[in-house]
Design a binder for this molecule. Structure first.
Ligand SMILES: [Zn+2]
Length: 304
């Protein structure tokens, strides 16, 4: 059973634990899907992987809405944990449109490259755990671009192109809650009130630009795609930006003098201890998965 809560007026957060749904022993990150309701119209933000599609449909019904009347699915990006169920849901709800940034649209209709990339990231047998990636019928895909406004009842959903985590990543700004559905553009929710880690696997420069662009909207709330919401948005984005930039500087500096992952992790830990002296120690293993993202970025750029 997913955990469902109304996190803002007419916005339902559906948190689904993939591990529990698929019965795997390995705990996986939870996927979060949002149902937006406005004057009897409904839209979904994200779908989670295909394996959770029945849970998503059942939850929409339990909340008193008919999935066969869903108007839209809006995807922040096409990665498996956010959008893997788009094709499955589109086939079951042929009236709905799947909205995705124009740079990602063709991969939903013809997902062979997406499936190949998913195999590399999630393993050869990803379908066993997450379900298949099914093509979205071309007539149901609508490519959108920065600044486009999607009316939904009394609400307006504005498309904010926010690359960095992926070149086709977008966020969605809801006028009624003045909130941002951030996908992976603003990292995952703060693990401690004062600590924010960084944006996942990315192009550093565009990730920083996207954080700035989203900050300028002064959102009242951030709805994360991996659980949680934040209402301390100014502080969130400030520390996310500072961290992301500082990690980059530290890791680039370390790369240039030939330091390895362990030394980098120690330097990042020291950075955090300096930020909050004596109060908080961020264990170095917390940085293990972060460092390769930065190293890959600097190698691609040819600066290290
Ligand atoms: Zn992603």
């Amino acid at each position: 059973m997913p955990h469902v809560s109304e996190v803002a007026d007419g916005i339902y957060q559906i948190e689904i634990d993939e591990a529990k749904t698929s019965g795997t022993a390995e705990p996986l990150r939870c996927s979060t899907v949002y149902l937006i309701v406005a004057d009897g119209q409904t839209a979904l933000i994200e779908t989670g992987p295909a394996v959770v599609a029945p849970v998503v449909l059942g939850t929409i019904r339990r909340l008193g809405h008919d999935p066969s009347r869903l108007s839209y699915i809006l995807l922040t990006h096409i990665h498996l944990d956010h959008a893997g169920g788009a094709g499955t849901l589109a086939h079951q709800c042929p009236q709905l449109q799947v909205l995705v940034h124009q740079r990602g649209a063709r991969h939903l209709v013809e997902p062979s490259r997406l499936i190949e990339g998913t195999r590399q990231a999630f393993g050869e047998r990803f379908e066993d755990e997450y379900g298949p990636i099914v093509p979205v019928p071309e007539g149901q895909v609508r490519a959108v671009d920065d600044g486009e406004v999607i009316p939904l009842g009394e609400r307006e959903l504005r498309i904010i192109y926010a690359p960095g985590h992926a070149p086709h990543h977008m966020c969605i700004y809801d006028t009624k809650s003045q909130g941002i559905f951030s996908g992976d553009a603003l990292g995952t929710p703060p693990i401690e009130s004062n600590i924010v880690l960084t944006v996942a696997g990315f192009d550093l420069d565009s990730a920083l630009e996207s954080i700035d662009k989203l900050s300028q909207l002064n959102p009242k709330v951030v709805f994360f795609s991996h659980g949680g919401v934040s209402r301390e948005t100014a502080r969130l984005m400030q520390s996310l930006r500072a961290n992301t930039k500082a990690y980059g500087d530290i890791i680039l500096g370390a790369l240039k003098v030939g330091e390895g992952k362990e030394q980098m992790a120690r330097r990042l830990g020291a950075y955090h201890s300096k930020l909050i002296p004596g109060e908080y120690h961020l264990e170095e293993h917390r940085f293990e998965h972060i460092i390769p993202w930065y190293v890959a970025h600097f190698k691609r750029k040819g600066v290290a």
